[in-house]
Design a protein. Structure first.
Length: 242
């Protein structure tokens, strides 16, 4: 009974403490901030490796509705018009497939980019991230590295978009055919405005990276929640009490 009362008093006290005081209590368990940071980076590296492996497989993007890449926003009017034309739906489907194949082709190139990003980030307070949400480390990484990752990944995506990955046709060619068919059907812009812009590279780069970060976050959740996913001593030590 005395133990129960003491536990209750400890929890009651904890509820009124500041974040800094909570961190001090957590550090009293034997974990150092450096160990926590090491554990977080290890989790991110594992999450990155697993995510790249998953998404680089055939249909890694295409058959996963949570990360599947559709046509850019500029092409929104295309759906209503082309689906009413003979063969129009097929053109759209082939373009979407080619776009996702390009993302799958480029995904392995993201591995080294992510490893460099994880290695280079500076985490001041590992305990704050450790005790954040289930994807706190992933969100932190994304916030710190998204722009440089985009710059590094964009040329890889551009290269993959130009490869003839579907029936000797590249994603660029498939998408250009969709826009041409739509524009031709507009009778030179008389029936509806033509689509003159083409943001395919920027669109696919952004969506491919968003998909990768989403998958990294899913892996972080598994490490936090499931002891079987803590495959190293540092992960067991850092996340064992979470």
């Amino acid at each position: 009974m005395r133990i129960v009362k003491l536990s209750f008093l400890f929890l009651l006290t904890l509820s009124f403490t500041s974040c800094e005081e909570v961190s001090e209590i957590l550090q009293a368990t034997g974990l150092t901030n450096e160990e926590v940071i090491s554990g977080l980076k290890t989790a991110l590296n594992i999450g990155t490796d697993t995510s790249v492996t998953t998404l680089s497989k055939t249909d890694g993007y295409f058959k996963d509705e949570l990360v599947k890449i559709l046509l850019p926003a500029e092409a929104a009017p295309v759906y209503g018009v082309l689906t009413s034309l003979p063969g129009g739906s097929l053109l759209i489907n082939e373009a979407v497939l080619a776009i996702n194949r390009a993302a799958e082709d480029a995904a392995p190139e993201a591995k080294d980019i992510f490893v460099t990003a994880v290695t280079g980030i500076t985490i001041a307070d590992g305990f704050e991230i450790l005790n954040g949400g289930d994807t706190a480390a992933t969100i932190y990484l994304q916030g710190k590295t998204y722009n440089p990752l985009t710059d590094a990944f964009k040329p890889k995506i551009q290269n993959s978009l130009s490869k003839p990955l579907i029936l000797n046709t590249s994603a660029e060619q498939a998408y250009a055919l969709v826009l041409k068919t739509y524009n031709d059907a507009s009778l030179g812009g008389l029936l509806w405005p033509e689509i003159k812009t083409n943001t395919l590279t920027d669109h696919v780069t952004q969506k491919a990276l968003t998909g990768l970060f989403f998958k990294v976050g899913e892996e972080e959740k598994k490490i936090r929640r499931d002891p079987l996913h803590r495959v190293s001593d540092i992960l067991k030590k850092v996340f064992g009490g979470s």
